[in-house]
Ligand binder design. Structure first.
Ligand SMILES: Cc1cc2nc3c(=O)[nH]c(=O)nc-3n(C[C@H](O)[C@H](O)[C@H](O)COP(=O)(O)OP(=O)(O)OC[C@H]3O[C@@H](n4cnc5c(N)ncnc54)[C@H](O)[C@@H]3O)c2cc1C
Length: 407
């Protein structure tokens, strides 16, 4: 039987960053990826905190060379109101920009670099079974020639994203507690954008705050557009190849006719009920990373940042354990990851409850509070010196209440 130190399931950003961290400790890494790359996946607007993790594992240069669209901030719109967050005004003082990327290109650049660094990557190969034990882990997969293969390893990292390989095999999935929502999206030509519109993701709530639309410009003159809402609403605008969705995008008032003449570059894609949670994040000989853990909601573009954070942190602990050090997975991994998830959960809930609208669109709001919220929106959700991180459970509701009382 073939043997390696670590098998990683999935070659998305979580798998790539995990592999790059393991290679820093000279561990042998096999990545098994179901699809051929480049491949489409949604999740195109990054957060500045992503840059920290890419830099730590020497994967930033290969991304900088791709000339992706620089993202300086995020602009929230509602009717005639605008609230801009610019990352150079963030409380945590981290990176003040990041990128908007076509994930096919971004993920491909990362995995190619990881291959160059020494990881073995099998594309078109699907993991079908995993057996874990104290002694060794055994991974079964169907290779690109449709032959069943078995590989043994000391640790398995599940970075299979929406594939959720180990949560499915080990019965770890649990339903999310939020209202089931979905999204419909496509790419468009975007030659009427302003400079600001290029550098900031555009987010606009509508339908009484139950739905929102995004526009994410790319450096090649195209943009991603999508609508998120409750499943029934998304299904209704997905009918007839997304005819209603197309109309909505082409005439959406906040987009100022930017896409009126534009057709879609591919038929709109729909994903329903993507939010999901897990019972546990690690077990004997395995750990879950990225979207295999919990996925909340796309509203604050936190998915890739979590994929990178969890890939990096989990691989760091795997490297320690395989070097013979003892690792407290509950304290050093689960609690850290869940803290970040819980911070974003508070913001997602406050978005849909309307509290964040009250805070974002109030006239003469506190510049200090804005800086602190900006840090969260930049992904710095582990900065406990930020009161909008530390007191995330109460601060948004309290602030919204005070603003409403003063009106
Ligand atoms: C509507 C919507 C919009 C979003 N927008 C954003 C955004 O703007 N910004 C953002 O940061 N995030 C966004 N996200 C979240 C983002 O899509 C994910 O968080 C991110 O892609 C997770 O990365 P990953 O590395 O965990 O998994 P992925 O990038 O999904 O990679 C997992 C890989 O595993 C492979 N795989 C699956 N099953 C198997 C198997 N059995 N064997 C081998 N390989 C397998 C897959 O082929 C895939 O290539 C959005 C999500 C949704 C639903």
């Amino acid at each position: 039987m073939k043997k390696v130190d670590v098998v990683i399931i999935g070659a998305g950003p979580s798998g790539s960053v995990a592999a790059a961290r393991l290679l820093q400790d000279d561990l042998s890494v096999l990545i098994i990826e179901k699809l051929e790359f480049p491949r489409f996946v949604i999740g195109e607007s990054l957060l500045p905190q992503c840059m920290d993790f890419l830099e730590k594992v020497d994967l930033l240069d290969c991304i900088v060379k791709k000339n992706f669209q620089v993202k300086n901030g995020v602009s929230f719109y509602h009717e005639d109101k605008i609230c801009d967050f610019l990352f150079n005004d963030n409380f945590s003082g981290g990176w003040d920009y990041t990128y908007q990327v076509k994930r096919a290109d971004f993920d491909h650049a990362l995995i190619k670099e990881v291959e160059k660094k020494g990881a073995i990557v099998h594309f078109n190969a699907e993991v079908t079974d995993v057996k874990t034990s104290a002694a060794e882990q055994v991974v079964t997969y169907i290779d690109s020639e449709e032959q069943e293969q078995i590989v043994a390893c000391r640790f398995v990292m599940d970075a299979s994203g929406y594939g959720r390989v180990l949560p499915r095999l080990f019965n770890l999935n649990t339903p999310a507690t939020s209202i089931p929502r979905g999204a419909i999206f496509s790419h468009v030509k975007d030659d009427k954008r302003t400079e600001k519109a290029g550098a900031n993701i555009f987010v606009n709530a509508f339908n009484n705050n139950t739905a929102w639309i995004w526009s994410i410009p790319f450096s090649d003159g195209t943009a991603s557009v999508g609508v998120v809402g409750e499943n029934a609403f998304v299904s209704s605008i997905s009918e007839n190849d997304g005819a209603e969705f197309k109309k909505l995008v082409q005439t959406f008032p906040g987009l100022n006719d930017r896409y009126r003449e534009t057709d879609f570059l591919f038929e709109p894609k729909t994903i329903l009920g993507y939010s999901i949670a897990v019972k546990q994040l690690h077990g004997e000989g395995f750990v879950l990373c990225g979207n295999s853990t919990e996925f909340l909601d796309p509203i604050f573009s936190s998915g890739v940042m979590f994929a990178l954070k969890t890939g990096y942190s989990a691989a760091d602990l795997v490297a320690k354990q395989l070097a013979g050090d003892s690792v407290d997975w509950t304290t050093d991994y689960d609690e850290v990851v869940l803290h970040g998830v819980e911070v974003f959960r508070s913001y997602v809930e406050a978005w849909y409850s309307g509290d964040l609208h009250t805070i974002f669109f109030v006239k003469g709001g506190s510049p200090e509070f804005k800086k602190q919220i900006c840090s969260v929106l930049a992904g710095y959700v582990w900065d406990m010196s930020n009161p909008f991180v530390k007191k995330h459970k109460t601060v948004l509701g309290t602030l919204a209440k005070v603003i409403n009382m003063e009106r």
